[in-house]
Write a protein that binds this ligand. Structure first.
Ligand SMILES: [Zn+2]
Length: 256
C-alpha cells in the first residue's frame, strides 16, 4: 500500500517536473544493478531480447534474463550485462532490449518523433513515464534525438509543401486562368519560450516578417503570389508591396 505522504510527495514532484534521479548517471547512460529489472517496468522489443538471450556470443550457451548483473539504461532502451553460466566460458554478454541504429535505440528516436507529432516536451513524457514506473529520459538525450528527427521531418515537410503549392497553382490556373497564387495568411504566437505572453505589437511584427519571407521564398522558386488574403491590417500588404512585389493584390477577410 502506498502511504499517503509518499503519494503526496510523488504528486508534488510530478507537478514540479522533478523525477527520480538515477544515482549513477554518467554521460547519457544510467547504470542500474540486477534489481533494476525487478523494480521498474520496461519498453522491450521481445524479438530482439529473445535473439539476444538465444545464445552466448562465445560458446552459444543459452542465456537467462535472471542472471543479469547490470543494466545500462539509455533513455527507454537498455543494455543488459548477462554473464554466461557455462563454467568454461563465463563471458559477459551485452543484450539490447530493442533495435538500434548506430548505437542509438530506435525507441528513443521514435519517442522524439512522437513528441514532435503530439506537441509535447520531455517534462510531459517524464510525468507519464514516472506514473508508469518506467525509467525517465534525460532532456539532453531527447534534444539530440529531436535534432536527429528534425532534419528528416524538415526535408519531408519542404518536399510536401512544394508539391502541393505546385498543385494549388495548377488548380488556380485551371479554374480562374490566373497564373499566380492567391494565398491566405494568418499567424499567432500566444506564449514566449519563457512562458510569458507576447504583446500584440511584437506578435504582429513577427507575423509580417514571416509573411514577407514566405511570399519572397515562393517567388524565388517561380511560384508567384498575385493575391494575399488576410485581415484588415494594411502594414503587411504595404511591406509586401515595398519589399516583394509592388503589384501584389489584397483581398480582405473579416472574422465573424
Ligand atoms: Zn559462453
Amino acid at each position: 500500500m502506498i502511504r499517503r505522504q509518499t503519494l503526496s510527495a510523488l504528486r508534488l514532484s510530478m507537478s514540479h517536473g522533478i523525477y527520480p534521479i538515477c544515482p549513477l548517471l554518467k554521460k547519457n547512460v544510467c547504470v542500474g544493478d540486477k534489481d533494476d529489472l525487478k523494480e521498474r517496468r520496461r519498453v522491450v522489443e521481445l524479438s530482439v531480447l529473445a535473439d539476444g538471450l538465444a545464445g552466448c556470443n562465445m560458446c552459444n550457451n543459452p542465456l537467462s534474463l535472471s542472471h543479469t548483473t547490470r543494466v545500462l539504461n539509455y533513455g527507454l532502451g537498455a543494455l543488459l550485462k548477462i554473464p554466461c553460466k557455462n563454467t568454461g566460458c563465463q563471458y559477459t554478454n551485452t543484450v539490447p532490449t530493442g533495435k538500434r541504429h548506430q548505437k542509438v535505440f530506435d525507441m528513443n528516436t521514435k519517442l522524439a518523433t512522437g513528441m514532435l507529432h503530439a506537441g509535447i516536451v520531455t517534462t510531459h513524457i517524464n510525468s507519464l513515464l514516472t506514473a508508469l514506473n518506467i525509467p525517465t529520459v534525460s532532456h539532453a538525450m531527447m534534444d539530440r534525438r529531436q535534432r536527429e528527427t528534425c532534419d528528416a521531418l524538415e526535408t519531408l515537410t519542404n518536399k510536401s509543401t512544394e508539391e502541393w503549392t505546385i498543385e494549388e497553382l495548377r488548380l488556380t490556373s485551371e479554374q480562374t486562368g490566373d497564373e499566380q497564387l492567391a494565398v491566405s495568411v494568418d499567424a499567432g504566437w500566444q506564449k514566449r519560450g519563457s512562458g510569458k505572453a507576447y504583446d500584440s505589437l511584437s506578435a504582429k511584427a513577427m507575423e509580417q516578417d514571416m509573411i514577407v519571407e514566405m511570399v519572397s521564398e515562393c517567388n524565388e522558386k517561380g511560384l508567384k503570389t498575385g493575391t494575399v488574403i488576410g485581415d484588415d491590417d494594411s502594414t503587411t500588404i504595404g511591406r509586401l508591396r515595398r519589399h516583394v512585389d509592388a503589384n501584389i493584390k489584397k483581398y480582405l477577410t473579416r472574422i465573424m
